[in-house]
Design a protein around this ligand. Structure first.
Ligand code: HEC
Length: 125
């Protein structure tokens, strides 16, 4: 009896650990947006008129993914940086974030690889 209980406890632990691991392996673009972008660009991506531009319909968001990655990594390329730099995000996190904002705000549903973000990052000064 206690053998069965031990076995099911182990199975449960294994399941819980497996779930936790799979959640950290795949970066959650929506969670990153909520943490890092929502305060200025708003949950619906419409921004704040006169302060923070909308991401809905933005040519940066609907344009080439590499340019968008460069914008977010540098905070707008400069020389005058109006947005924060988000270069502390990992390649996988930024890829997930950009896929989220493109799907959500301009209706582009395309994969973006962490490798392509790494390539953009390596080109930046
Ligand atoms: C502190 C406020 C603030 C935060 C936080 C912020 N932004 Fe911005 N964002 C701005 C401002 C201001 C601009 C205009 C900057 C410019 O034109 O150089 C901008 C511009 C942009 C643009 C270009 C939009 C356009 O069409 O001109 C994109 C894309 C963008 N932000 C994405 C993001 C993402 C993704 C995040 C989260 C990682 C984020 N922003 C977080 C304030 C913010």
């Amino acid at each position: 009896m206690s053998g069965i209980r031990t076995l099911s406890t182990i199975t449960l632990l294994w399941l819980v650990c497996g779930l936790a691991a799979s959640q950290t392996d795949v970066a959650d673009g929506e969670a990153i947006y909520t943490r890092d972008c929502l305060a200025c660009h708003m949950a619906d991506g419409r921004g704040v008129p006169g302060m923070n531009p909308p991401l809905t319909g933005s040519p940066w968001v609907s344009g080439p993914a590499d340019s968008l990655a460069g914008f977010v990594l540098t905070g707008g390329f400069g020389p005058e940086i109006l947005m924060a730099r988000f270069d502390y995000l990992s390649d996988a996190e930024l890829a997930a974030l950009l896929m989220y904002i493109r799907a959500e705000f301009v209706g582009i549903d395309e994969p973006i690889s962490a490798d392509s973000i790494a390539a953009v990052r390596s080109q930046l000064p």
